[in-house]
Ligand binder design. Structure first.
Ligand code: AMP
Ligand code: ZN
Length: 137
């Protein structure tokens, strides 16, 4: 897509620190890492977010992410990693070309997990039902 920053990175029109590339996938260091070694894995086909991705791109991105995440752990000495995807503005998505974050995690990195809410009595049952109604197989 013409004005998409990640499409430009994939085409080499904007420089990036590439760590991996195959037929369907391009992966490079996030310019503003949560921890050093933070990688973005992107499908070469432009799609807006996870909901917009073709199933074959989802497979390609996650298969590549498994390889890359193991390499990030070994290369950086991280003890773990988070896989994350921000989908749509409300979820904090800034770049509208789907991308999976691989964030290396260290035992002492001080990052906190997101806060947890509680369901009121009977609420989980209702929430479960509205979701099930929308799932199409
Ligand atoms: P988000 O859309 O919120 O999932 O995050 C977009 C991510 O892209 C941010 O973590 C940015 O630091 C990263 N980013 C934006 N521009 C570049 C770039 N030119 N090279 C590498 N990473 C980038
Ligand atoms: Zn794009």
């Amino acid at each position: 897509m013409q004005d998409c920053i990640f499409c430009k990175i994939i085409k080499g029109e904007i420089p990036s620190s590439k760590v991996y590339e195959d037929k369907h996938v391009f992966a490079f260091l996030d310019i503003a890492p949560v921890n050093k070694g933070h990688v973005l894995v992107v499908p070469k086909n432009h799609s807006l977010d996870f909901s917009d991705m073709a199933d074959e791109d989802i497979k390609a991105v996650f298969v590549a992410a498994k390889k890359i995440a193991n390499a990030v752990m070994k290369g950086t000495g991280a003890q773990g990693y988070n896989l994350g995807m921000n989908n749509k503005k409300a979820a904090g998505q800034l770049v509208m070309h789907s991308h999976l974050h691989i964030i290396p995690r260290f035992d002492d990195d001080g990052l906190k997990h997101w806060p947890a809410k509680k369901y009121t009595e009977g609420e989980a049952e209702k929430v479960k039902d509205v979701i099930i109604k929308q799932i199409s197989i």
